[in-house]
Design a protein around this ligand. Structure first.
Ligand code: GLN
Length: 490
């Protein structure tokens, strides 16, 4: 019999076994986690909405199904959703005042698939406003605190999901990654975060930031747990025109593929002066571990990768300025009071309800798309994007995976970068390339520096999530970094 006091420490895979063996019920598990969420809400601020009532209903339903010998793949297992996945009976705020009272008329495909698999939704996690940010400080609902040290940022924009998983409030949570928002917070909180290939997971019901880059994924405690969830949320969806009809492998079955003989590329530019020296050491040790277990490490060149941040900060704002034009005070969310005319309604609604970073992106985006500047900025950035994608295609002719750091440093202090957007943007210097090229990537914990987690990133060719997960899983069989809880020291 497992003591209820340690249930929150178990991975999703362990919890699945315990439930199946009848060691505890989904209701017991749900109650324990809901209590933990409530008691840590003030210190982490990881949730925007806690859905206790729905969770208990779903847990009871799951227990009943199990007793009858049915239930889905994730029956009775707890999950939290980033608050930009639309949920029918629950608020979807996107971390913004604009949507603080918004309840969607439908569930996002990801939410629907998780519910069908029997998962129990504990709540909606805090995030940067409209997923724009790298520190979770742009949320209208206040910053998220990093469980490893509450004076530090957990990263962003899926910082609430990452903090909830790192703080052992929930075993897995969904996230989205437009420029690094799953992998960067995973790195900063010692969790495992996977962004699949663009088109792998449906964007239907995911509030759009930059549609050609946005991709849903998972933040978990291990590659195995991430595989379990990814298997459920992946697949073609006719409601998302960019969703790709490509068979979904049983990711969990592929975990044992291992890494013997795998050719792993490292990119010189990833180890240039921007990378903290101690983080570089941790990454190098991780690469040694891969090489000792049979991977072949070779250098590859991504000649245009240095241009990824500038290209992204033209393309993403351009798409955001277009996507966010729907928030006009007429159809969605906030509406300014007593407008004098239509123009006044638009201006005051958007002026009042968007935060500073969102406004900055809308203005940049509108500028780069304007008639006089379109060629110089937007078109140019698209050409650079193509070159970066081609660099990856060339690199993957030589190697199976690319490995390197996820972020330049470990978690930084809340407030440290808020006055300097460019420094903030540079946090995603190693992650953005995968988004511009639509490639899958994972971040896994690979060390501690100054008592804080370091993330190792693995990027693979399109639709090679299985390969990435197998490599990450093998690494996690050989090391314990992913098992360390906040506060751990070595
Ligand atoms: N930090 C990046 C940005 O601010 C990426 C965000 C994301 O992936 N959603 O745009």
């Amino acid at each position: 019999m497992i003591s209820g006091e340690t249930l929150h420490r178990q991975t999703l895979a362990e919890l699945a076994q315990g439930l199946a063996a009848g060691e505890f019920t989904s209701r017991e598990l749900t109650e324990i986690l809901l209590r933990r969420i409530e008691s840590h809400q003030e210190s982490y601020n990881a949730f925007i909405t806690i859905t206790a009532e729905i969770a208990l209903q779903q847990a009871d339903k799951a227990d009943k199904a199990r007793a009858n010998g049915d239930g889905g793949y994730l029956n009775g297992l707890p999950i939290a959703h980033k608050d930009l996945f639309c949920t029918k009976r629950v608020l979807t705020t996107c971390g913004s005042r604009m949507l603080q009272n918004f309840v969607s008329p439908y569930d996002a495909t990801v939410v629907e698939k998780m519910a069908l698999a029997g998962a129990v939704m504990l709540g909606k996690t805090n995030m940067d406003e409209f997923a724009m940010g790298s520190s979770n400080e742009t949320s209208h609902f206040g910053p998220v605190m990093n469980p490893w040290n509450t004076k530090l940022s957990p990263g962003g924009s899926s910082g609430g999901s990452a903090a909830a998983v790192a703080g052992r409030l929930v075993p897995v949570a969904t996230g989205t990654d437009t420029g690094g928002s799953i992998r960067q917070p995973a790195a900063m909180t010692g969790t495992t975060g996977i962004k699949p290939t663009y088109g792998r997971v449906s964007r239907f019901g995911m509030v759009a930031f930059a549609s050609s880059l946005d991709q849903g994924g998972v933040i978990a405690r291990s590659a195995e747990d991430a595989a379990m969830v990814l298997e459920v949320i992946s697949g073609h969806d006719h409601r998302d025109s960019t969703s790709i009809n490509h068979p979904v492998p049983r990711y969990v079955d592929g975990l044992s593929r291992g890494i013997k003989g795998l050719k792993v590329g490292i990119v010189r530019q990833h180890f240039d002066e921007g990378l903290d020296e101690s983080c570089a050491e941790a990454i190098n040790l991780a690469l040694n571990t891969l090489s000792e277990s049979g991977a072949k490490i070779v250098e590859v060149d991504l000649p245009h990768i240095d241009l990824s941040v500038p290209a992204y900060y033209v393309v993403a704002p351009a798409e955001c300025s277009s996507n966010l034009s729907r928030f006009d005070g007429v159809r969605f969310g906030h509406r300014a009071e007593k407008p004098q005319d239509l123009h006044d309604l638009y201006c005051r609604t958007r002026g009042e309800a968007f935060g500073a970073e969102v406004k900055r992106r809308i203005m940049t985006g509108t500028y780069v798309l304007s008639a006089g500047y379109y060629d110089a900025y937007y078109l140019k950035a698209q050409k650079v994007r193509k070159l970066i994608s081609q660099d990856f295609v060339n690199a993957f002719c030589e190697v199976d995976l690319i490995a390197g750091p996820t972020t330049p440093t470990t978690a930084f202090a809340l407030g440290e970068k808020t006055d300097d957007p460019i420094t903030m943007y540079l946090n995603d210097i190693y992650t953005i390339g995968a988004n511009l090229s639509g490639l899958p990537g994972i971040s896994i914990p690979c060390g501690l520096v100054g008592g804080l987690p370091v993330g190792l990133q693995l990027v693979g060719p399109h639709f090679e999530e299985e390969r990435i997960l197998a490599c990450a899983h093998q690494y996690q069989q050989l090391t314990d970094w992913h098992r360390l809880e906040p506060g751990a020291t070595i």
